[in-house]
Design a protein around this ligand. Structure first.
Ligand SMILES: *Cc1c(COP(=O)(O)O)cnc(C)c1O
Length: 393
């Protein structure tokens, strides 16, 4: 027998021993407030389905109707044969919604970062990157072959210092997540923007967890801080609050035009599918018509965070509907998650290396899809499990 792959078995055994092997649950239902796992209905606090759009009747109908008119696949990469009127319509609607000059869509948020960063900087250039930035930003930076200078998390003073210290650069780019997905804290984009302006540096924010969440009616972090026209590149995802799958870049017309020429996932990978694109257009329509879903998301998040805090849980630095329940050591977080599952709640334990050692947690993802009864039931169960495991008294 060949031993070419033996090392993989050893690596996997190591992960299992360290409690770091990821078990992937299978969902046998639509992604919604409740999901079916192994035949049981569970209250879902894992999904990034902030607004409950993943199974929204209007998005389902929009996708079905688009299939009837356009089929399912885009047929090619967009520069060759894959740009349909639907893609153009989505980009125009997103640009209007976000009050940006222009917008370009990608197959995912991950692709949007891989397309954008290497199109803007290369060898001999420098990127200033928050130390907790998302993996897709890190990979985009690596692909670009620019120098990466990491600054302390959400620390504009450290950024300013590092910008001043860094000599011998070509072009420069500052990049940060908008909302950090493990703590639910928000980047001080207004202050970061000042550093960029003082030094004439391109600024890019990846607002994956802020899209459809922050700003008026979910218009994102640039709207939240009222920085319209001042942030060069706003990356977003259509896979979280928008409930579908896809990515986008909104910002200056000239940058969007450049990405159509030089964004490699745009040039060499096929476009978003027909039903995805149509469902996303309908999501923009919904968000433009009413702020009801976004308002309910924030109300639900406040109820849940307050409820946890009143019981004595530590919810860390959360400023958004992402609410970490800080537990300390990874085995306790694992145990907590298992107990929640037994009691009917699907909520993820997160430990090292995703978060630092000793900062393991349950990450609660709130959603407008949850009813008040759902929240009440979930808080009861968190209290019961917390007392049983001695986390609260
Ligand atoms: C989730 C996430 C992405 C990836 O988005 P997808 O559309 O799922 O590929 C990129 N950046 C950040 C900050 C994210 O949180």
């Amino acid at each position: 027998m060949s031993n070419k792959t033996e090392w993989i078995l050893e690596e996997i055994a190591g992960l299992k021993q360290a409690g770091l092997y990821t078990t992937i649950r299978t969902i046998d239902s639509p992604m919604d407030a409740w999901v079916t796992i192994d035949g049981r209905e569970l209250l879902n606090f894992c999904a990034n389905n902030y607004l409950g759009l993943a199974n929204h009747p209007r998005l389902r109908v929009a996708a079905q109707e688009a299939i009837n008119s356009f089929g399912v696949g885009p047929g090619a990469v967009r520069t060759i044969a894959g740009t349909m009127s639907l893609h153009i319509q989505l980009e125009q609607r997103l640009a209007e919604f976000k009050r940006a000059e222009a917008c370009i869509s990608f197959q995912s948020g991950f692709c949007a970062n891989l397309a954008t960063i290497p199109a803007l900087v290369g060898k001999g250039d420098v990127i200033f990157s928050d130390e907790l930035n998302h993996a897709s930003i890190i990979d985009g930076c690596r692909l670009s072959r620019a120098n990466v200078v990491r600054y302390n998390h959400n620390d504009p003073a450290d950024l300013r210092r590092k910008v001043a210290e860094t000599k011998d650069f070509g072009r420069r780019l500052i990049v940060t997540d908008g909302v950090f997905s493990m703590d639910g804290d928000i980047a001080p984009l207004d202050e970061i923007c000042l550093v960029a302006e003082e030094n004439d540096i391109l600024i890019m924010v990846d607002d994956a967890h802020g899209e459809g969440v922050l700003g008026k009616g979910g218009r994102g972090i640039v709207d939240h801080f009222d920085l319209h026209g001042r942030v060069d590149v706003e990356v977003g995802t259509l896979s979280k609050a928008f409930g579908v799958v896809g990515g986008m870049v909104a910002g200056k017309q000239v940058i969007v035009d450049w990405l159509r020429q030089r964004g490699r996932p745009f040039l060499f990978s096929s476009a978003m599918t027909v039903p995805d694109t149509a469902a996303c257009i309908e999501a923009v329509n919904l968000l433009e018509e009413s702020t009801e879903l976004v308002d309910r998301l924030w109300e639900n998040a406040a109820i849940f965070r307050d409820g946890l805090q009143i019981m004595g849980f530590d919810t860390g630095f959360s400023q958004t509907p992402i609410v970490p329940v800080m537990l300390g050591e990874a085995p306790l977080a694992q145990d907590f998650s298992h107990q929640l599952l037994k009691n009917g709640i699907f909520a993820m334990a997160i430990g090292f290396p995703t978060v630092p050692r000793g900062k393991a947690r349950i990450r609660v993802m709130n959603s407008a899809a949850h009813s008040s009864a759902d929240l009440e039931e979930a808080l009861d169960i968190f209290g019961k499990v917390g007392r049983a495991l001695g986390v609260i008294s």
